[in-house]
Design a protein around this ligand. Structure first.
Ligand code: 1HE
Length: 259
């Protein structure tokens, strides 16, 4: 049971909708929120097949709650960062693919949270920044691992050294988000994607969440081998066989060109 008023979980069909509900503080993530985020993703209802993460108010998330930062010593800072690592790992490596619906500020730890999700849908009001550099601190929520994998080390270095802010269009161009949609429609689009993802064979979603990122980090020879193992396991599942049969019998959708 989540009793934290700053975060809310509800099921919409097979999609778990997780909302940050602290708009007066721009959904800044304090220790309680990070603990609740972890708890929610560790205990998603069994019927969840995908999740959407969104933020209430004008911004997705303003990152770390800076009011909690000033009191920490080095040891506490280390534990704090590790607590984010665990929580965001539960988002990234949990049971279901997670779609982030982005709008307004996606900054600092907010971008770290977004980058732990599997698909990011941004509306045109979205902007991305890593103000840690200008605040005299460093990323601590896994950003130095995940963000370069989206946009490259050079762009992240520039963002942190110079305080550069990317707007929604440029963010999509460089790989921050996979989808760019009109202002006010990110949640709707994220739900549409989540509902579609929820209909995939669970083993396919598992492979994409757990095998693909590992394969991408492996030397090619090991990657090819891991891929072969995962392919063999996925195609041997009864559900995969049924889906292929359905296509061959004309009962499943063809791949269609989009307009
Ligand atoms: C906050 C926070 C916060 C807002 N911690 N309280 N992140 C940052 O450095 C981003 C800091 N925030 C901002 O730049 C702006 O607030 C926004 C661009 C996100 C939004 O601007 P705006 O004009 O809509 O809101 P505001 O007036 O700046 O803020 C509204 C309130 O939210 C205000 O509190 P109030 O009591 O005066 O009403 C702000 O103080 C509060 N607020 N952002 C605490 N972040 C694991 S390590 C991760 C490291 C980081 O994430 S560092 C980057 C932190």
């Amino acid at each position: 049971m989540n009793s934290n008023p700053d975060i809310h979980l509800e099921m919409q069909g097979s999609v778990a909708v997780v909302r940050l509900t602290r708009p007066t503080k721009r959904n800044a993530l304090n220790d309680g929120l990070i603990a609740s985020l972890r708890h929610i993703f560790e205990n998603l209802p069994k019927e969840a097949r995908a999740a959407v993460v969104a933020g209430d108010g004008d911004h997705f998330c303003a990152g770390l709650d800076l009011s909690e930062l000033k009191e920490r010593d080095a040891g506490e800072g280390l534990y704090h960062s590790r607590s984010w690592h665990v929580a965001l790992d539960r988002v990234q490596s949990g049971n279901v693919p997670v779609i982030a619906a982005l709008h307004g500020a996606v900054v600092g730890g907010g971008l770290e949270l977004a980058s732990a999700c599997h698909i990011r849908v941004a509306d045109e009001s979205t902007f991305y920044a890593l103000p840690e550099g200008t605040r005299g601190i460093f990323v601590g929520g896994g950003g130095s691992v995940r963000i370069p994998r989206l946009i490259g080390v050079a762009r992240m270095t520039d963002m942190m050294l110079t305080g550069r802010v990317y707007n929604a269009q440029d963010g999509e161009r460089i790989g921050m988000a996979q989808y760019l949609v009109p202002t006010g429609t990110a949640f709707e689009k994220a739900m549409e994607i989540a509902q579609r993802v929820a209909t995939n064979a669970p083993l396919t979603n598992y492979a994409l969440m757990h095998a693909l990122p590992r394969i991408a980090e492996q030397p090619a020879d090991q990657g090819f081998f891991t891929e072969a193992m995962m392919a063999a396991i996925a195609q041997s599942a009864p559900e995969a066989k049924q889906r292929v049969r359905d296509f061959l019998e004309g009962k499943a959708a063809k791949v269609a060109k989009t307009s």
